[in-house]
Design a protein around this ligand. Structure first.
Ligand code: SIN
Length: 302
């Protein structure tokens, strides 16, 4: 745990201390002592430093309206529009940068958001784009009594622990990140079903990238479904991807976040994967998500 306190706080009898508590050995930290609707410069500097070190941050007990969620998100940079989802309804009316993740059924009889109540498999957000978002923030408004945990997996740790033969096999190579399906397995609106990883819609990115703020090397895997390692035969690509994913998603690289209403969880898409447990489809889960635009394309390290 580290604590950071501004000098100004002493004279105003207001504490600006924040506490940083690691959530797992590989990735993530909980930040305590900050109200994201009122965060000041000194607190934000401390949050940003923790962000660069830990790749994922959790803030509990927040009360954010849409404007406050956008204002905090914008502290990290320009925002990206949300992904195209399965039902064509992408965002909160009047707030085109806020993506709704929800199984709640709206007045028209269809879900008000994306991803339903099933499992969302390991992925990094929107990596099928040529310039994917650097980060995503997820704010919990309604949560089910059980299930729906969000897991994070640290790709800097996974990269550092690659066995030498696997490192040699993937160095210099790129993966095509498929854009046909989202992590809930839903076909994106406007696309045709495809299980052909060589020809499906997507973008190739280097497998081992640099994390620009820290200079560390990180694995950049996207999604397993319809992934393809450019230049290999399809069977060779499948075998190498299976080996890579089995290593990356090892339990020591990951942790599960059990949500409470008012949690904000943000993750660096360049250095983490995330997945979601399924939950009872009759329960309600409502989350609002923002995406921080990528400042660079994924940059090859090796
Ligand atoms: C997401 O993949 O962005 C959503 C994860 C979740 O619903 O917990």
């Amino acid at each position: 745990m580290t604590a950071i306190q501004s000098n100004a706080a002493k004279s105003r009898s207001v504490t600006h201390a924040i506490e940083v508590h690691r959530l797992s050995a590989a990735v993530g930290a909980e930040i305590r002592g900050v109200d994201l609707a009122r965060i000041d410069e000194a607190q934000f500097a401390a949050v940003e430093s923790a962000w660069i070190s830990h790749s994922a941050l959790l803030f509990r007990g927040q009360h954010l309206d849409h404007d406050a969620l956008l204002a905090f998100s914008r502290r990290f940079g320009e925002l990206d529009p949300p992904p195209v989802n399965e039902n064509g309804k992408k965002f909160v009316e009047g707030y085109p940068e806020i993506y709704v993740v929800s199984n709640v059924i709206g007045a028209d009889g269809t879900p008000i958001g994306s991803l339903g109540a099933g499992e969302a498999v390991w992925h990094t957000d929107m990596s099928y784009l040529p310039e994917p978002p650097d980060a995503s923030l997820l704010y919990a408004v309604e949560i089910p009594p059980a299930g729906g945990d969000t897991w994070l997996c640290g790709m800097i740790a996974a990269c550092a622990s690659l066995p030498p033969a696997l490192l040699a096999a993937v160095a210099g190579r790129s993966i095509k990140h498929d854009g046909t399906y989202n992590s809930g397995g839903y076909l994106r609106a406007g696309l045709a079903d495809s299980d052909d990883p060589v020809h499906s819609v997507g973008t190739p990115h280097p497998i081992i990238c640099i994390h620009p703020p820290s200079g560390k090397h990180t694995l950049y895997l996207g999604r397993r479904r319809n992934a393809y390692i450019a230049g290999l035969r399809r069977d060779e690509s499948e075998a190498l991807l299976d080996e890579l994913w089995a290593h990356a998603a090892r339990p020591e690289h990951a942790f599960a976040h059990r949500w409470r209403v008012g949690d904000v969880l943000m993750w660096d898409n360049r250095t983490t994967l995330h997945r979601r447990d399924p939950f009872d489809a009759t329960a309600r889960r409502l989350m609002y998500r923002t995406q921080i635009k990528g400042k660079t394309k994924p940059q090859r390290a090796l």
